[in-house]
Write a protein that binds this ligand. Structure first.
Ligand SMILES: [Zn+2]
Length: 284
């Protein structure tokens, strides 16, 4: 049952119950009274269970339409099986995977851009030359796109990439004018602060702890809409944002180094809602 319908139904039953109680009619039928109490209680319990077991259903970004994802990797080792379980567990999405050097370049071409609804980048690829012209055209036309974690360090020598993702990090040693040399630290427990509690992606979420990797000394573009921050001394402050590149809605979430992040329910909620948000934003 749709949650809103369920809520209306609970409210109606409760109103009916109290109006009957006030008129004294309820007491005339003991059996009816018990049935009504039972029904109201069952609906209330059902409402509580559905709210707590599936927090995404209560947000404005509930999985209403099926979405197909293109997950792009390459340029950084990942624990694939554990990472893909995040998307297996997601409501209302199907996914295909392509890595650079093994089909990702072709998937990002203009003629293939209609084969997926949302692109999710979890790469740290550096060679933009084979595909960037067509990918830019795809983004100019509008393609919902989510970047995760080390994707901030992709294409260090390609200046325009910073405008697409909304920030920059250079995890190499070379000095590049537009990509600051960033640092990282593994295995840090830190507090993620919800900077905007009114955004559909973060609505209803509380600040939470995560065991993950921190980045520091990276750049964040001044125009981004900040969703997540942290006060940890070994991290840059802004660690999640939305913005637009041309007609493309973009989300970047810095969380997500490995299984401890993948299995964090808040991380999963943020990734799922980011995917829903970029998709909905395009249709506005
Ligand atoms: Zn990492």
């Amino acid at each position: 049952m749709h949650l809103r319908v369920l809520r209306v139904s609970v409210v109606n039953k409760a109103l009916e119950f109290f109006s009957r109680l006030a008129s004294g009619k309820l007491m005339q039928s003991h059996a009816k009274f018990r049935r009504m109490i039972g029904l109201t209680a069952a609906l209330a319990v059902g409402l509580l269970l559905s709210s707590s077991a599936c927090p995404r259903d209560t947000s404005a970004l509930a999985a209403s339409t099926p979405l197909s994802l293109l997950i792009v990797t390459g340029g950084h080792d990942i624990e694939e099986a554990a990472f893909f379980r995040v998307f297996d567990a997601m409501n209302g999405t199907t996914w295909t995977h392509a890595s650079f050097g093994h089909g990702a370049e072709q998937k990002l071409a203009l003629e293939n851009s209609g084969t997926y609804d949302v692109a999710v980048f979890y790469d740290m690829h550096q060679n933009h030359e084979p595909h960037y012209r067509e990918w830019l055209q795809v983004l100019e036309q509008g393609k919902p796109t989510v970047f995760l974690h080390h994707a901030l360090g992709s294409y260090v020598k390609w200046e325009q990439y910073g405008e697409i993702i909304g920030g920059r990090a250079n995890f190499g040693r070379e000095v590049v004018k537009w990509a600051p040399n960033a640092t990282f630290q593994h295995d840090v427990t830190f507090l993620v602060h919800i900077a905007d509690r009114n955004h559909p992606i973060t609505e209803g979420l509380q600040d939470f702890e995560i065991f993950d990797e921190t980045y520091n000394h990276f750049a964040v573009n001044p125009g981004v809409h900040v969703l997540l921050t942290t006060d940890h001394p070994n991290s840059g402050t802004v660690i999640g944002w939305t913005h637009h590149y041309k007609k493309s809605p973009i989300v970047y979430l810095q969380l997500g180094h490995g299984p401890s992040a993948y299995d964090n329910p808040n991380f999963r909620t943020l990734v799922a809602r980011s995917i829903r948000w970029v998709s909905a934003e395009l249709r506005k």
